[in-house]
Write a protein that binds this ligand. Sequence first.
Ligand SMILES: [Cu+2]
Length: 162
Amino acid sequence: MTRAHLRPLLAVLLLATACGGGTSSAARNAPAPTATPGPTEDSSGQKVNDGGTKDATGLTSVDVSAKNFVFTPAVIIAKPGQVLKLVVHNTSTTLHNVSQPSQHVNSDLAPGATSTVTLTVPASGRLVFTCKYHASRGMAGTVGSAGATTQSPSSNDGYYHG
Ligand SMILES: [Cu+2]
């Protein structure tokens, strides 16, 4: 008696599971997950390969590596107006570059070379720097305050000194 009732129930459950995947795709246009690793697009439209995030608030310089078409870190958090030196090491065997045209930065990086460039963090938004040779492949990074990105704004806490 019990088995006779369980079988149809099981069949209904299987049917529901089988249908669950494909039926609602037209109705539900789910947005892409925000935590997906990989290239993101800056507001300027520049693709930025994922090289991680570094909080450089209060620092005068940050070490950045250039390798495999990725700047690491690629997202640098700093205060508006902060002057920050990027000490960029080309740890690859390919010629790279650091460019930020509005701040007149354009520095080639031979394989194994290190170049220091100075950027001033903008009052708002995020400053984009690129490798001019590989920008179209997403070799880029950004510098700006945490609030100018989708990063957690809590990293701003405690860093204001007037
Ligand atoms: Cu490059």
